[in-house]
Structures are given as C-alpha cells and as structure tokens.
Design a protein around this ligand. Structure first.
Ligand SMILES: Cc1cc2nc3c(=O)[nH]c(=O)nc-3n(C[C@H](O)[C@H](O)[C@H](O)COP(=O)(O)OP(=O)(O)OC[C@H]3O[C@@H](n4cnc5c(N)ncnc54)[C@H](O)[C@@H]3O)c2cc1C
Length: 484
C-alpha cells in the first residue's frame, strides 16, 4: 500500500478500533467521540501532509512503493538529513504539540530493524521478526503507540517484588504458537493508533524473577484482552477560538491493561533474556533515532514559543523593558541551541556496527537531557509576559454576546484591536495555563524518561577522562612551577 492519506487513517481506526475507556465508559468510535475526534483529525492531517510534499516526506523503496520517510533505514548522510527535514515538517504542522506524531515510533522500529542483528544474538528468528515487522509497518504506514514502564505502585521495589506478581505485565503462559501476557504497563501516549510496541526500558535485574517481565513485541491495538484506560481528555469540547491548541492536538495518554493477551511468536522481538532486553534500546540504535525525532520536535515547539512570546510583547507594548529583552533572548538562544544539536547530530553521523547511518548520539543525548528543563522555563516566561492577560480573556461567546461592545473596548492593546488581541492571549493561555498546556509541560519533563536517572546515565557512561587529564596536567604544571 505505501504511505497513507488521512482518510485511510480514520477509516482503519473505525474498522479496527482500540478498546479505549474514558470516564468509565468504553468508547464506541474514537473518530467521532468528543474529546478524541479532534486529535484523530490532526493525526490524519499529518498523513495528508505526507502527500502535500512528497519530495520531502516520502521515498521510493525497492518495490517501487512510495513510503513515509520516517520509516527509512538510513544508509547515507543525506538519508539522515532528509529524515530530519521530514520530521521537522511534521512537527511544524502541530507546532510540536503532538510530540507523539507517528515518526517517533517509526524511527524506533527503523532502529530495531536496522540493528536486528543484535536481536539475533538471542535467536535469529527475533531478528527476522523485527525486519518483517518493519516492512509491514512501513508498507501499511501504520501508526504506533508504545509502553515501556511498569505501573507506579511501589518504586522502592523491582517489578517482580510488587505485592501482586501480575501488577506489571508479565509472561503468563508460553505455547508453541506464542505467549500470553497479563498485567499492566504505563504509559501509552497516542492510544488513538493502530498498533502498540511493548518494549523494555526500565532496567530489569539479571535474576530469574525478573525474566517474565523481559520481552519486546508489537500487536494490533484491537487484540482481544488489550484495554487502554485513558486519562481524562484535555480537549474541553470548545471551538478553535476558545481553545486553539487543545481543540486540535490532544494526543491522549493511557494505562494499558493486558488481560491474558495472546502474542504470536512472529510478533516477538525479545524474550526473557534480561541482558539483551536491557541493552536493546541502545545497542540497536532505536534510542538514537527516536532522539533525532525529539530534537526536530523541540525546534518546532521552540519556534512556536518564540513567535508567541514576541507577539505578546508587541501587543501590550512592553518591548522597551530590559527584562523582557532578556526573556525573549532566552527563548531565542534555546531555539538556536536545538537547531545546533540537530545539525551537529546530522553532520557527525556515522555508520554503526550494522551498516546503518546513525546521527551522532552525544548532541542528541545532550538535547534530550536539556529540553526537559528548557520547556517548563519557556512556559514560565509566557506566564511572566502575559500576567493578568492570561486570565482576562473572554470567549467567542463573550465577543459575540450582549457585552460585545464592552469587550471590544476594554480588551484592546497597544498595537492590537480587541478582536486580534483576544485570540492571541487565548493561544498563550492554552500554551501556558490550560490543562492542555500543563500536560505539555509534564510531557516534556518525563516522556523520554526520568530526568534524574537520565542524568545518572550521563554521569556513569560519558567518558570524561580527557578533560580530567587536562586539568590534572595543569595542576601538576602549577605545582611544578611553584616548586621551581
Ligand atoms: C505525559 C507523559 C507521556 C508519557 N508517554 C509515554 C509513552 O508514550 N510511553 C511510555 O512508555 N512511557 C511514557 N511516559 C512515561 C515516562 O517514561 C515516565 O514518566 C518516566 O520514565 C518516569 O517514570 P515514572 O513516571 O514511572 O516516574 P517514577 O519512576 O515513578 O518516579 C517518580 C519520582 O520518583 C523519583 N524516582 C523514582 N525512582 C527513582 C530512582 N530509582 N532514582 C532516582 N529517582 C527516582 C523520580 O525522579 C520522580 O521524581 C509518559 C509520561 C508522561 C508524564
């Protein structure tokens, strides 16, 4: 089939719906359900964007089909750069507010398939499964969600020592045909999708008790027994004027319950080998590819914040105040930093052990550790710039209601009529104050992992010996010179 269009995305979600629960009820049709339908529409638009600019968004594979570029296993520096261009284009469409656009997990699967030889260290059939699944995913242009971690019950104990051994999703039965999984996993952003990747991320201990929690597989979201318990939607069901971001880009998040879910062997990529499971994310290159998508999303999102903040400053005439300059400059520096990380990662790309061209890891690792601090600060800047303007904010109904004359008079600003100022400040409110905006901050803080433990990984793994030697040598020189 090749790259899909939006209409096909919606049709498939209607025909093969995931079992999504929201506010205590099972949703019959997520493509029409209030609170969900707008997110589905934006997701579908991304697939139409592919066809609006095929030279950037698609490539032709060896079978002659046009495939979404985010599925490409890169073989050259040009491939890497072109994938970055494609991902930036998608992120620009949602201003980075749908962080979980399908390219994120397309890049993960391209990583697992490109580095499939690593999976073969356990069993060659797992490598074959990953390669075959990547072909299926790219040719059908499916949209994935994923879940990596175990429920947040008692973080002081490993998953195998929780009060209930089936709290964290666990292998229950193994048969000739496949495995049966029971338990729960967190946290699937974009449950409004076709299939789910269930992969290890949180480190398991190399002990027999942890082995039943060690696996990697992908299955359709409508597999019997698979349930998504969705958080309450942050799309308030309002119009685009009142709720410009939340009424478009609600991607949703869900806890995933596996109620004796059957996974056929051909969909299994990792199985019971704790060490292979713990290493797979990094060793295959999946994490590098995903981080490449993330830095492109960060660029689009920061550009949006810079534009928004600048318009607010201009609107209310605070452009002569020094601390305002400092804040706008801070956002601009963040944008240039993200662009530089992307450029460095692409410029320093190199072939990995499996012959796949990978963006350089260190600039991407730096970006993914930095942005969880930058984004909350930029939202704080929007709040500091907007002040009471972020709550003095009438709705479409007010603007067109009995008090319209008052509204149009009292909500004007230095350079904007009320009719222009109100939608600008509603947008700022949605980015920085609404439930949608607050969830974005939480997302940026945590979606790629706990920032504390990510920093711990940098401390442990990054080689700092050259810098230590340099300082040691300088100290020695100072001591030697003092001693004459
Ligand atoms: C909006 C959002 C979307 C997400 N989307 C996805 C998704 O699509 N797929 C997916 O798999 N995951 C997703 N996640 C989950 C994300 O991977 C986790 O939030 C992240 O790994 C942190 O784990 P946790 O939330 O369980 O926090 P916890 O591990 O429970 O941590 C809670 C607090 O305790 C501290 N803490 C706990 N244990 C330790 C420790 N050992 N050392 C130091 N500090 C510790 C943490 O620093 C934190 O402050 C999402 C999260 C959010 C918020």
């Amino acid at each position: 089939m090749g790259a899909r269009r939006g209409e096909q995305v919606i049709q498939r979600l209607k025909e093969q719906p995931p079992e999504i629960w929201h506010r205590g009820a099972k949703i019959a049709d997520i493509t029409t359900e209030p609170g969900f339908a707008n997110g589905v529409k934006s997701l579908a638009e991304l697939y139409d964007v592919q066809w609006a600019d095929p030279a950037v968004m698609l490539f032709t594979d060896e079978t002659g089909q046009q495939i979404g570029r985010s599925h490409l296993i890169a073989r050259s520096a040009e491939d890497v750069r072109s994938i970055g261009d494609m991902m930036l284009r998608w992120s620009e469409h949602t201003f980075g507010m749908m962080g979980r656009s399908p390219d994120y997990l397309n890049r993960a699967m391209a990583g697992y398939a490109g580095g499939a030889d690593f999976l073969a260290t356990q069993d060659p059939k797992f490598a074959e499964n990953a390669r075959r699944y990547h072909v299926l995913l790219s040719h059908e242009d499916l949209c994935l969600t994923h879940t990596l971690i175990h429920p947040q019950a008692n973080r002081a104990l490993p998953v195998s020592q929780q009060a209930d051994p089936f709290l964290g999703a666990r292998i229950k039965v193994e048969t000739d045909a496949g495995i049966v999984i029971k338990g729960a996993r967190m946290l699937a952003t974009l449950p409004i999708s076709d299939e789910i990747m269930v992969f290890p991320s949180t480190l398991l201990r190399a002990v027999e008790e942890d082995a039943p929690y060690a696996y990697g597989f992908a299955i359709p979201n409508n597999t019997p027994g698979l349930k998504f318990i969705c958080r309450e939607t942050v799309d308030y069901g309002r119009n685009h004027y009142d709720h410009p971001l939340g009424s478009r880009f609600e991607e949703l998040d869900a806890v995933v319950v596996f109620d004796d879910v059957f996974v056929p062997w051909e969909r299994v990529f990792l199985y019971r080998d704790v060490k292979v499971c713990n290493d797979a994310y990094a060793a295959t290159g999946a994490i590098v590819n995903m981080s490449h998508q993330v830095v492109c999303k960060d660029i689009a999102k920061t550009e949006f914040i810079l534009g928004l903040a600048s318009l607010m400053v201009e609107a209310i005439g605070v452009e002569k105040i020094q601390h305002i300059h400092e804040k706008i400059a801070e956002v601009w520096v963040n944008l240039e930093a993200m662009k530089a990380f992307r450029r460095a990662a692409e410029a320093d790309c190199a072939l990995n052990a499996y012959g796949v061209m990978m963006p350089a890891w260190d600039p991407l690792d730096a970006a993914r550790n930095l942005y969880p601090r930058l984004y909350p600060r930029m939202v704080e800047i929007i709040q500091q710039l907007g002040a009471s303007g972020l709550v003095a904010m009438p709705t479409w109904a007010d603007v067109h209601g009995p008090l319209a004359e008052d509204v149009l008079r009292y909500y004007q600003s230095a350079r904007l009529e009320a009719a222009e100022r109100i939608p600008l400040f509603r947008l700022a409110w949605d980015a920085a104050v609404s439930a949608f905006g607050t969830r974005q901050v939480l997302y940026e803080r945590f979606f790629f992992g706990d920032p504390v433990r990510m920093a711990g990984a940098i401390f442990e793994k990054k080689d700092r010996s050259r810098q230590m030697d340099m300082v040691r040598a300088f100290i020695k020189r100072s001591v030697d010179e003092a001693e004459g």
